[in-house]
Design a protein around this ligand. Structure first.
Ligand code: GLN
Length: 312
């Protein structure tokens, strides 16, 4: 076993510090050691991009030694770099992340995009005629959108910023996650209302036009086999999808009658190999006449959407 506490050599340039940490992290079996080293170095030195590269030949600042050693040691022990820096970018905006929330993944941006695209198709005006089903008084009411299991708030905050005319609400069963999500909404100037509860429960009796969710979907028995960054550091509640990983999707389908009517647009993220099963769950529910499967950039069927083209 190699040493897991990182102690830096005396007197180094920033570039030398980067090289030293990269080889330490490589020895620790960290995935993408150089990327981690640079992320942590930028964080500790409070430098970004061009300023970081400009500083590479400068001496490593003495006052940064201790935070640097701590950050590299934590990463070497398997902690994700984002929990150490406290930040992850999503859809081009910064999100605070803590161990109370799942780190937002790039593929989830595609879910946000797919939902925006389908919503535009269903509601070209970005709103709904109010009043009764036959057209009402012609005034427009905002679309009601919910992000279920919002975690860091990545989906809800992004939707609220991209579609400012929507009413966006978000739920989570974790109070700790809701606090982080609320801070992310405030910091990014997004109007989102946060509700605590299990999946659709907080929306009981209400109306939703759009429902989005990236729920926990890992089969419980697979969690031990995940990479340590995820298994040991990301919240179990955000990962564990029950025996076959489909528990949360099934439960949401069962909870639909809690709403005044099924939402006309529904969009789920899911794990590898789950798309056909989730598509079947949506088909069986019978509320959506179009079921769309969206692959991610790796070609994995990653999102399933249900669209009801019939106006009710
Ligand atoms: N909705 C959040 C995200 O997409 C959290 C997902 C989760 O914790 N399962 O990042």
């Amino acid at each position: 076993m190699h040493e897991t506490t990182f102690v830096m050599s005396p007197k180094q340039t920033i570039r030398e510090a980067f090289i030293e940490a990269s080889s330490f992290l490589t020895a620790c079996g960290v995935t993408e050691p150089q990327r981690s080293a640079q992320l942590l170095l930028e964080h500790v030195l409070k430098l970004e991009g061009a300023a970081y590269y400009m500083a590479l030949t400068e001496p490593f600042p003495a006052e940064c030694r201790e935070p640097w050693e701590q950050a590299v040691s934590r990463r070497g022990a398997g902690e994700p770099a984002q929990y150490i820096t406290g930040e992850q970018e999503f859809y081009g905006i910064p999100f605070e992340v803590t161990p109370a929330v799942l780190i937002p993944r790039p593929e989830t941006e595609l879910l946000v995009e797919a939902v925006l695209t389908q919503a535009k198709r269903l509601w070209p005006q970005g709103a709904m005629p109010s009043g009764d089903a036959n057209g009402g008084d012609g005034a427009l009411r905002p679309l009601e959108c919910a992000d279920i299991g919002t975690g860091s708030g990545a989906i809800a905050v992004t939707l609220a910023l991209q579609a400012p005319r929507w009413h966006v609400r978000a739920s989570d069963i974790s109070q700790g996650a809701l606090q982080v999500a609320a801070r992310n909404a405030a910091a990014n100037g997004a109007q989102v209302a946060f509700l605590e509860g299990n999946l659709l429960e907080p929306f009981a009796g209400g109306w939703l036009d759009i429902l989005v969710s990236n729920p926990p979907y890992i089969p419980a028995a697979d969690i031990d086999g995940l990479q340590r960054e995820v298994r040991d550091h990301e919240p179990r509640t955000a990962l564990d999808g029950g025996t076959d990983g489909l528990g949360p999707y099934r439960l949401m389908m069962e909870q639909l009658p809690l709403l005044q009517a099924p939402p006309r647009l529904i969009g789920f993220e899911l794990g590898q190999g789950q798309a056909q099963d989730v598509a079947e769950l949506l088909r069986a529910a019978g509320h959506w006449d179009e079921i769309i499967i969206v692959p991610d950039l790796a070609g994995i069927e990653r999102h399933v959407l249900g669209v009801s083209t019939r106006i009710r």
